[in-house]
Design a protein around this ligand. Structure first.
Ligand SMILES: [Zn+2]
Ligand SMILES: [Zn+2]
Length: 363
């Protein structure tokens, strides 16, 4: 595994290059600016300063930019929540959790209360006090990110920082969603968006768990990627005359045992209810602001289970990274620079991204 030479440079620069915006809007409101780097003496008890080298770009970052989710973001905001870097400074007491020079990741959940029932059970995103990175607190679209030391994720040796960044949100989120389906090895799971950021990782985590996977996506590039990563069958939703019938044919007539749907379009969720089998599970993990029309009679008759799944716990993150570090999950990403962020959001809005985009924060 190749190390980035910057990982061992623990000097702290006075300037902190960041992508920041003062109001919601499209990609044009983003400003790339040099901010002042927080000083060691400014760090709060339990806080660490991370030299963020890489960050992924997630669909949630686009919602934070547009301001179209029901919960307001802080403003001005530095977005981003898939950051990977090294610890370069510690506030009082933070050394209980991490040391200078540790390779660490920053996730969507920036901090929780650590003591409520949800926190104790590892349902971090259900904690009433949880704060999201790049939303309620400044995130990883910057070279230096302050963060609660106890909520940083250790990045194992077997994975590069740039590849690990995509695991920290996309990987963890789909890994947990697949767990929520409660499948046994040999059962069928459908992953819509199998050529996309969450989906391509989901295909591999599902294969790792021994499930049989059907991908749904569109276009030759995403079909090839889905099959290469372990899908036994692929359905192109744009050219298929009947997605549900194709899935039922592949699964011996009954349909899949589960679907983990991360799509941005509401239609994908409705469609999933037509191809999961009786007693099958629909795991909802994407977050379009939309409603799902539900046939109550058929939901009971087919004994369908419909569950929401929000990101994952600290333990899920450790497991998802560990599996990737063993070489069992390949992260497909394009490496770009922070200055490309507005264009990345444009491509994302148009559904043009295969795999994930990772930004080098120095470029
Ligand atoms: Zn995310
Ligand atoms: Zn809590």
């Amino acid at each position: 595994m190749t190390r980035d030479p910057r990982e061992t440079n623990l000097a702290v620069s006075a300037t902190n290059r960041a992508a920041i915006y003062e109001e919601h809007g499209g990609p044009e409101v983003i400003q790339i600016k040099d901010l002042a780097t927080p000083k060691k003496e400014d760090l709060q008890p339990g806080e660490a300063l991370v030299r963020t080298l890489f960050t992924g770009v997630c669909h949630s970052d686009l919602h934070a930019l547009n301001g179209d989710w029901p919960f307001p973001t802080k403003l001005p905001l530095v977005g981003g929540h898939e950051g990977a870097g090294v610890v370069v400074a510690l506030g009082p007491g933070a050394d209980e959790w991490v040391k200078i020079g540790d390779r660490v990741g920053i996730k969507w959940v920036a901090n929780t209360c650590f003591k409520c029932d949800y926190c104790l059970d590892g349902h971090d995103a259900s904690c009433a006090e949880y704060k999201p990175s790049g939303y309620a607190v400044d995130g990883t679209f910057q070279q230096y990110t302050r963060h609660a030391a106890r909520y940083l994720t250790r990045i194992p040796d077997g994975i590069s920082l740039e590849a690990s960044s995509s695991i920290l949100c996309a990987g963890v989120t789909i890994y947990r969603a697949i767990k929520e389906a409660n499948l046994r090895a040999g059962q069928w799971i459908v992953i819509p968006g199998s050529g996309g950021g969450l989906g391509h990782l989901g295909v591999q985590y599902a294969r790792y768990a021994g499930y049989r996977v059907i991908g749904i996506d569109t276009g030759e590039e995403k079909r090839k990627l889905s099959l290469d990563l372990g899908c036994e069958a692929f359905v192109d939703f744009k050219t298929s005359s009947n997605v549900a019938e194709e899935i039922k044919a592949v699964t011996g007539g009954l349909g899949a045992h589960a679907a983990a749907v991360a799509a941005a379009s509401a239609k994908a969720y409705e469609l999933a209810l037509t191809y999961i089998r009786p007693r099958g599970t629909l795991v909802i993990v994407g977050m379009p602001v939309a409603t799902l029309p539900l046939d109550i009679f058929m939901t009971v008759a087919l004994a369908h289970r419909i569950v929401g799944s929000a990101v994952g716990s600290r333990r899920d993150a450790n497991e998802a990274l560990d599996i990737a570090a063993q070489g069992k999950v390949r992260v497909v990403y394009q490496l770009k620079g922070l200055s490309d962020l507005p264009d990345v959001f444009r491509d994302m809005s148009e559904g043009k991204i295969t795999g994930r985009v990772v930004l080098d924060l120095d470029k």
